[in-house]
Design a protein around this ligand. Structure first.
Ligand code: PAF
Length: 282
């Protein structure tokens, strides 16, 4: 496995290796990331994983400085799963000058839900992913990239970015990996105490209950969502949103479609100072 830090080193390592199957990450890898790499491997000739904590997608009060950086342990896991190239740029490698050109995603998709609570988040994500795509695929004529469905909205935003810019990249969405009890795997679970980890299982349960109530049309959707948030808050959470949306555009579904349409229940809530997100397609 090669570990490279700069774009020229990456391109040299990729020369003659065929089409990359790419997994972008911010490191601090867990079983969810490793599942993405496993899924990516057969999709290309050379598996590339990037590790880069992207300042552009953090708000000033968020955890950019304290975000866990565990490069050595990450590389050991990647070696074991058969990754071919780790691209781990320093900030000065990826942003040698202030990044004044940005990718501005469609506000209809990017200013709702996560984008509402984390303004600018998806501009930061799209900008770095565009740059990573240029680094990985710029000399290879395209390939595939795998993203986890846990970041459901991110996956949709990036699919639309690739579509609208006609990038020769196939985006693949990977199912959420969960711990026992249903907690979606996330690097931020590392911030939780043992007691909070138990409590955190309530988020996926709340989404499942909301999905079931919505499917059965037990009440107007807004009422079900408000009840779901109140129930989670009563267990010590601070809920940003618990909501049911149409899968393809993340807009609220018409009440008449609840029984049959392809929907997704999405949630974001803080337990103590840790903000967790999760979702459930139904
Ligand atoms: O999902 C993530 O880990 C990040 O948002 C990504 C896609 C690596 C961009 O920094």
């Amino acid at each position: 496995m090669h570990i490279v830090h700069t774009i020229p080193e990456l391109r040299a390592a990729l020369a003659g290796r065929g089409r990359p199957a790419f997994v972008p990450t911010m490191g601090n890898l867990h079983a969810g990331h490793i599942a993405l790499v496993r899924q990516a491997k057969p999709l290309g000739d050379v598996q590339v994983t990037s590790i880069f904590v992207n300042r552009l997608q953090f708000l000033p009060h968020e955890d950019f400085d304290s975000y866990p950086r565990t490069l050595q342990a990450d590389c050991e896991q990647l070696q074991a799963v058969g990754c071919d190239i780790v691209f781990a740029p320093k900030e000065s490698d990826l942003y040698p000058q202030p990044q004044t050109f940005k990718v501005q995603p469609d506000p209809q998709l990017a200013d709702i839900l996560e984008g509402h609570f984390r303004p600018g988040f998806f501009t930061g994500v799209c900008t770095v992913v565009m740059k990573l795509f240029a680094a990985v695929f710029g000399t290879t004529g395209g390939g595939s990239a795998v993203f986890g469905k846990k970041d459901y909205q991110q996956l949709l935003v990036l699919r639309r970015m690739v579509e609208q810019f006609a990038l020769p990249i196939t985006i693949v969405g990977a199912e959420i990996e969960r711990a026992e009890g249903g907690l979606a795997l996330s690097s931020r679970n590392g911030y939780l105490s043992a007691e909070q980890r138990q409590q955190a299982q309530a988020l996926s349960r709340a989404l499942a209950a909301l999905a079931q109530a919505a499917r059965q049309g037990q009440a107007p959707l807004e009422q079900l969502e408000a009840q779901a948030s109140a129930a989670l808050n009563a267990q010590g959470w601070q809920t940003d949103y618990l909501t049911v949306r149409q899968r393809h555009n993340l807009l609220p579904p018409p009440q008449a479609d609840l029984a049959t349409a392809p929907l997704v229940a999405l949630g974001a809530a803080r337990l103590g100072s840790t903000r967790l997100i999760d979702n459930l397609e139904f």
